[in-house]
Design a protein around this ligand. Structure first.
Ligand SMILES: [Zn+2]
Length: 134
């Protein structure tokens, strides 16, 4: 389908446009943007799902959940010269797998809406939606 906001082609099951973040949520999922609920979710992820390489925090202004490397892991990635990209890729795969598990267990959907690296610190931000119970 096409994003109604920016017009780009996006996956049919997308809940948010990966290009502009516009919400295209279907009827079975509702966006989870309340800062307190996101904080509670961040805590659950930290305790039960996230590998220790990742930390998680809430972008309250934009209603997103963001992930970055822990200090120790970021330091390790930094000192690696040739293996840096391979390690980064492995770390992202591990994060992705953790989020897929959380999605299944908790009835959530995580959609990556922003990936950037301010000052070399990898940061991935997700919009979260939750399966409607009714
Ligand atoms: Zn869009």
């Amino acid at each position: 389908m096409r994003c109604p906001s920016c017009g780009r082609q996006i996956p049919d099951d997308a809940l948010f446009c990966p290009y502009c973040g516009h919400e295209v949520a279907g009827p079975s999922f509702a966006p989870l943007e309340d800062p307190e609920e996101l904080k509670a979710l961040a805590l659950t992820l930290k305790e039960k799902y996230l590998p220790g390489d990742w930390k998680c925090w809430v972008d309250e202004k934009n209603g997103k959940l963001c992930f970055g490397l822990s200090f120790k892991t970021a330091l390790l990635v930094r000192v690696l010269k040739w293996g840096r990209w391979a390690m980064t890729s492995t770390l992202i795969t591990a994060l992705d797998s953790a989020l897929r598990h959380a999605e299944e267990d908790l009835g959530l959907r995580f959609v990556l809406v922003r990936a950037h690296a301010p000052l070399g610190h990898l940061r991935l931000c997700y919009k979260v939606s939750v399966r409607k119970t009714s």
